[in-house]
Design a protein around this ligand. Structure first.
Ligand code: GLU
Length: 499
């Protein structure tokens, strides 16, 4: 039975690459009805960042990456916080010490600095020179009895190669002599990443370790640990890094890298999950738009590409537009409104669109706002764009685009056009899109215009202030006679006196 894990350290809000690791593990678990474990690697208490744990769990929940075991859920292999497992690590260090696979090192920080300095000056390879590794048992006992603090180091093989089979990269080998005797237990009794990670992966029955490439240099140490304990290793798969469009490793310079920033900016979780999974993974066919269950069905570690994946924001926007378009009007309303009320994006919060939408939600019927969203659904690529795109539906006096006014209201027939429209609309209690079409066609004929567009464009400017937007007939149907009349009268003031 497959058991995989996502093992974040609570050192900050998870980035796209980190969440991709979670996603790959989750998809593999789903694919084979396995178990997805979340384990919090919080052994480095100095690097703990307040709020990071919440952001980790929030990112997973937002994307729909549900964990079977872990924080808040518990499970049969807990605790799931490494800080609650210290006793377990100490016990395991004792096993390694007894087997002489690890040793106590009494070197002080000053001695280690001196050692490094000596190595540097003499052009020697840097690293721990293993001076404590060959102490006699008596010597060690005496030092310990004197109360001297110590760390526990892993006794790495002194020669040969350490190799493992990586499911993505194939055979990976490291020369033993280039690897340090890694500290496993610090003098304060806390384990390092390497010890805690391996012990937990083993005790929690992890079968596959999919993680980022940045951990590949740690893997030979882990291999030695597995061997030292006499344990079978999980399958390792190191996923290549993510690059920005310029080919450099994805970083802040390329824009947002924090997963939750995408939520705040108005991306849908379906789009972000789909997009992130496809950075460096392919289902083996041409498909790009995939739901979580479709991805889970198609997922395999072999589908992870050995070359770095590229983060292409244009593609994400395209996907987001797709997922926005595929929502039903009711779902779209709920999604936009709940995003609108919870986003912390400052630019959005301070925008006129945001203020107009807040007012609209409070004072206009829900069907009106829903229909306004529906009419803009085709064009919008981000949830954050609805407020601005629909603003003209919500405010009494939409902003008039000066260029649109200059272009269309200068036409000699526009004064008459607005008057005729007013006459046609007055007295009606509702207007359907068909009615609106008939009204416009009637005015085209009575003004002797050559083309329908000559009436449509100025009418659009009069009613919306803009030169583009959804179907004029549909938007007229939504605005309704009362709003249309008010807007036509107001627009008349923008018509130059001479026309
Ligand atoms: N705690 C490590 C991290 O923050 C885990 C690495 C691993 O998956 O082994 O990513």
């Amino acid at each position: 039975m497959i058991r995989v894990r996502y093992a974040p350290s609570p050192t900050g809000s998870p980035h796209v690459g980190n969440i991709r690791t979670a996603l790959f593990n989750y998809l593999l678990a789903k694919r084979y009805s396995g178990t997805f474990v979340v384990r919090i690697e919080d052994t480095d208490q100095t690097r703990k960042v307040p709020g990071a744990l919440e952001d980790i769990l929030d990112s997973l929940r937002w994307l729909g990456i549900e964990w079977d075991e872990g924080p808040e859920r518990g499970g049969s292999h807990g605790p799931y916080f490494q800080s609650e497992r210290l006793e377990i690590y100490r016990r395991h260090v004792d096993i390694l010490l007894a087997a002489k696979r690890a040793y106590k090192c009494f070197c002080t920080p000053e001695e280690l600095t001196e050692m490094r300095e000596y190595q540097r000056i003499n052009n020697l390879p840097t690293g721990y020179d293993r001076r404590c590794r060959f102490r006699s048992d008596d010597e060690v006992e005496a030092l310990e009895a004197s109360g001297k603090p110590y760390v526990v180091r892993l006794a790495m093989p002194l020669e040969g190669e350490i190799e493992f089979q990586d499911a993505i990269r194939g055979r990976v080998a490291f020369e033993s002599r280039l690897l340090d005797d890694q500290v496993l237990l610090k003098s304060d009794g806390w384990p390092t990443y390497h010890l805690a990670n391996v012990v937990d992966d083993y005790l929690q029955g992890i079968t596959h370790v999919i993680r980022g490439d940045e951990w590949i240099n740690s893997t030979p140490k882990h291999v030695v640990l597995y061997n030292s304990f006499g344990w079978n290793m999980p399958i390792f798969a190191h996923a290549p890094i993510i690059k920005g469009p310029d080919g450099a490793k994805l970083s802040k310079r390329h824009g947002d890298t924090r997963c939750l920033d995408y939520r705040e900016k108005g991306f849908l979780s379906e789009a972000v999950a789909n997009f992130i999974a496809l950075i460096g993974w392919s289902p083996g066919d041409e498909r790009e738009l995939m739901t979580m269950s479709e991805m889970a069905e198609a997922f395999s570690v072999e589908g992870i590409q050995p070359n770095p994946g590229v983060f292409d924001i244009t593609k994400l926007l395209w996907m987001n537009g797709h997922y926005i378009r595929s929502k039903s009007p009711e779902d779209l309303f709920d999604t936009v409104v709940s995003w609108h009320t919870s986003t912390t994006d400052e630019e959005y919060r301070g925008s006129e669109g945001c203020a107009a939408l807040t007012a609209a939600i409070q004072s206009l019927p829900q069907e009106y706002v829903t229909e306004a969203f529906r009419l803009e659904q085709e064009r919008v690529k981000l949830l954050s764009e609805f407020a601005e795109a629909c603003r003209f539906f919500f405010v009494d006096e939409p902003e008039m685009d000066p260029q649109g006014v200059a272009k269309w209201f200068g036409q000699p027939y526009v004064g008459a056009l607005l008057e005729k429209l007013e006459a046609e609309v007055a007295g009606r209690s509702t207007i359907s899109a068909e009615d609106a079409e008939k009204i416009i066609d009637g005015v085209v004929v009575s003004l002797g215009l050559e083309k329908r567009a000559q009436a449509i464009h100025p009418t659009r400017v009069a009613l919306t202030g803009k030169t583009f937007g959804p179907s004029l007939f549909e938007l007229m149907a939504l605005l309704g006679p009362e709003r249309i009349l008010l807007r036509l009268r107001r627009a008349a003031q923008f018509v130059p006196a001479a026309s």
